[in-house]
Design a protein around this ligand. Sequence first.
Ligand code: SF4
Length: 638
Amino acid sequence: MKAYAGKILEVDLTTRKFSHIDTKKYAKDFLGGRGLGAKVLYDSVGPQTNPFSGDNVLICSNGPLSGTSAPGSSRTHFTFKSPLTGIYGYSNAGGHFAAELKYAGFDAIVVKGKSEKPCYLYVHDDVAEIKDASAYWGETTFSAGDKIMKDLGERYAQIFAIGQAGENLVRISSIISVGNFTEGKAAARCGGGAVMGSKKLKAIVAIGTKPVEVAEPEKFQAEVDDMIDTLKSDKGSAETAPMFGTSFLVRSLGANGALVTHNFQLGKFEFEEAISGEEMREKYLWKAQGCYGCWNRCCRYVVIRSGPFKGFAGKGPEFETLSMMGSNVGVGRLDAIIKANELADAYGIDTISGGSVIGFAMELYQRGILTKEEVGGLDLRWGNYETVLELIRQIAFKEGLGKILGEGVKIASEIIGRGSEKYAMHTKGLEHIGGDPRGQTGFTLGYVTAPRGADHLGALPVFEYIGKPEEGIKFFGSAEAANRFGVKGKGRLVKWQEELMAIEDSLGTCKTHYSHFSSTFTKILKLGFEKQSRLFSLATGIELSPSQLQKIGERIVNLERAFNVREGITRKDDSLPERFLKEPFKEGGSAGRVVNLEPMLDEYYEARNWDIRTGIPKREKLLELGLDFVVDEIRAPA
Ligand code: SF4
């Protein structure tokens, strides 16, 4: 089995023992990355497990294409039971760690138990060590990573670290990359930082020299070259990505009336231009940077040359941070958002959840539900960037209002009460993102059906923007699939996209290369299951057709759903905050619209062969996918 390192490292931090698992156990049915994580988590973490207990497991995995020349083969996947949502949790980040982990000799690390004192994992050329991290506990992600590299004498090591937020078990904490060419890539969602914090695991460090061999080098490289030609000839990949990264979405979602503003009360922001990708490019951009194997370079590196944050040079915000720490909280100046991004990454806080929960507090203040006296004198009016920066700090250290907000909007609203639940914008406990549901129905269905809660990356159905009506009819049964307000065809579209995303997350590839930045659906078809099945087959020597690859994607999605069903999730949880269902915008490109969710869900469950009433996968479907071990555990209906 080529391209894989061949083994998975299992570490028990309680007993401080190591063991190895043969990757073959997972490769054929689950590939690696997200698929491998799904199977290990399902088998290891039973229902009702406390996410902060030693029984929770953190799986850090690369994919079979990591460390090869496959474009965008940069992604590392973290899987765990989420302390934020209480259900299936994962986060995924770019950088160079995934390749380095394979060079160190491993396809994944499965972390169990809890260390008594702060520690970090150091893996290098088939060797694994648990090392003392007492000297780095209390440090930011960046500072801890830099010191570890210096103390190890490993200048080229790749690291994922947590900051003070993860140490303090903040439920919206992230895991951040540190290392050459890699600063600040965030595995942000679902509170993985707090899972590491609960295990007293400050960082995972990888470095190695082991070669990655592919089965058919010449044919593999020919496929890679063909893909690079395709990327170079596509406007989205060749121009938009390196020029603007995801920040181009500020203007485009603003034009569509779907730019999240003032905690989802508006779809258009008065200072949209001031926080746009164009403004960042003109006034702050230092360079576009890529991860391992990157041909798109969506990552922004920026410099602030004047004003209160003068002198900052480092990673700039992506669209999600521009919206959630910008328009969502009314902040209309880029330098303040850049600073908020830096602080959140340093403390290890998810900027989406962080921006959402601060916007939630600001709306409560606007409505008089929270008063100045109750929030320690903070001025929570929209646009007060000093308050935003102070709240990021308070969240990290569990101080003042930040102690409540760091629990995430769902739990925070339950603590505050007084009708505040109505303004908590989440699905299944995970905060919504910067694209408003009322302006993009396919994306919204994806937020609702994603296993980890309101997730924009679970489906990414850009087809509703770039597709043609005739393609909608041909591939998804309705021309409406190609309309961002359409309802018919969205269930089938989201099903197909979810399976494609599951494959990209499992091969270890970047969605920006294989689908997200595509200008046409023809390109997505070419680089989707077709290209990825050829890359996988030529790299590993395991022959898989495009339809077999899609079937694996379907298996992964069903297994993740089964994990959640085992935790008590059913159709009633595949829902949206009332605001998106009943409150249309008065103006802008999505004026008058609300989400017509139920017919889309019906179509989705039908396409998946899940029970329409409960949303539970049917026995027949699970058996077809080889998930027979799930059938009785979730009482799958006939
Ligand atoms: S497109 Fe962006 S996320 Fe993807 S590999 Fe390149 S820099 Fe990393």
